[in-house]
Design a protein around this ligand. Sequence first.
Ligand code: CO
Length: 136
Amino acid sequence: MKIIGIEHIGIAVNSLDQDAPFWKHILGIEHRGTEAVERQGVTTDIYDTGQGKIELLEALGEQSPVGKFLENRGPGVHHICLEVENIYTAIDEMQANGIQLVTPEPSVGAEGFLVVFIHPKSTGGVLVELSQKPSK
Ligand code: CO
């Protein structure tokens, strides 16, 4: 498995209207786009520092994973995303090593990346997303 780098850091926020302006206007990081990812129950709002992105996450409903996270832990860092060369190779290696994935199959996440999440139990306490860039 080849890790290319940190793709983004996911941050759960209560309100994009309230919390995005810090990233967008105070820090002035380039805004890449805002996208509802229905399958994951989330609206993503993505900023690119040029060396890793910031992904703000607003829940689509209280029962969504981000909605539950906000209820239990409040706003803050939700996950770290590593870019991998090949998501299927990465999944095979995780499974061969007994690493617990949240779902065994990759799904299409924000910006068309193929993504899979590794359970915090297997990583030292942080939700880790692996992602493969969509081929052009
Ligand atoms: Co993410």
